[in-house]
Design a protein around this ligand. Structure first.
Ligand code: HEM
Length: 253
């Protein structure tokens, strides 16, 4: 007897097994319906946000497991999982580009229906903070337990599992920071500077958070290497004289 592959065999709703497993009917009904829409770019806006939340969910899932692997001493596994998580952040940074197609004036209409909703309330972003701090605690515990001198680690072989883990953590921290920068640029491109967001707070809060770091000790170690390396005479800079910018290059922000 010939097998009929067109007949779904999984449980769940949907006409096909693809629809049943991926739950496409529910997924594709999560955007506002044509009769609710006040501006056609709502779909673009929701797709970028919703897919960002999904990638953040996945990224945090990987960071959580990476933290568990650090606790178990499986440092290479942890580094590999962090690589996946960082790529997820890179993907959502890339998709912010779609928002360049959102005209500032159109967004003024669109934001009238957002209520007090704000990115500050993003569950994915909250999870990023939570899992990153948990990873930081696990890493610091390991460093203390193993009596590791981070400067010595960084003067040594990049092939050591602990070195690879530290660099995977730097990648994660850096990718999150790059997302912040790109998001800030997109937000000001659309809304301008010195404006108030839908949460009643100044947009410039985003600017003040650009240099936030989850693993400051891993960044600090770079400075220690500069201070103790062959060019140490350049550190610290006292009274730095900062060269003026070329006026033709453009004004201040
Ligand atoms: C039209 C595009 C966007 C604009 C104009 C915009 C604007 C803003 C503004 C003004 C804030 C400050 C808080 C507030 O007043 O609400 C904010 C925060 C935030 N937005 Fe967006 N945003 C945009 C797209 C996105 C996208 C696609 C995401 C992806 C999830 C996102 C996630 C966030 C997050 C996580 C924060 C909090 C950041 C932090 O705590 O440092 N935003 N956004």
């Amino acid at each position: 007897m010939v097998k009929d592959y067109s007949v779904p065999i999984l449980n769940g709703s949907g006409d096909t097994d693809y629809a049943r497993y991926m739950r496409t009917d529910e997924l594709l009904s999560l955007q506002r319906k044509p009769e609710e829409i006040i501006h056609r770019d709502e779909l673009l806006f929701q797709v970028v946000h919703q897919s960002s939340e999904l990638w953040l969910k996945h990224a945090c899932f990987e960071v959580e497991e990476a933290t568990r692997q650090v606790q178990l001493g499986a440092l290479d596994t942890a580094a590999r999982l962090l690589g996946r998580a960082s790529l997820g952040i890179e993907l959502i940074t890339g998709q912010l580009e779609m928002l360049r197609h959102l005209a500032p004036w159109d967004f003024q209409t669109l934001r009238t229906i957002l209520g007090h909703g704000s990115g500050f309330e993003s569950p994915g972003w909250h999870a990023v903070q939570r899992v990153s701090h948990a990873l930081s605690r696990a890493f610091n515990k390991l460093i203390i337990q193993e009596c590791v001198d981070l400067a010595e680690l960084y003067r040594g072989s990049p092939d050591r599992p602990l070195y690879r883990l530290a660099e995977a953590m730097i990648d994660w921290d850096e990718r999150v920071a790059i997302w912040r920068v790109r998001h800030y640029k997109i937000a000001t491109r659309i809304l301008g500077h010195e404006v108030i967001g839908t949460k009643g707070l100044p947009l410039e809060i985003l600017n003040s958070r650009l240099s936030q770091k989850f693993f400051p000790e891993l960044w600090r170690i770079r400075t220690v290497l500069s201070e103790t390396g062959p060019m140490a005479h350049l550190c610290p800079l006292d009274e730095p004289s900062i060269p003026a910018e070329n006026e033709e290059a453009g004004g201040a922000l």
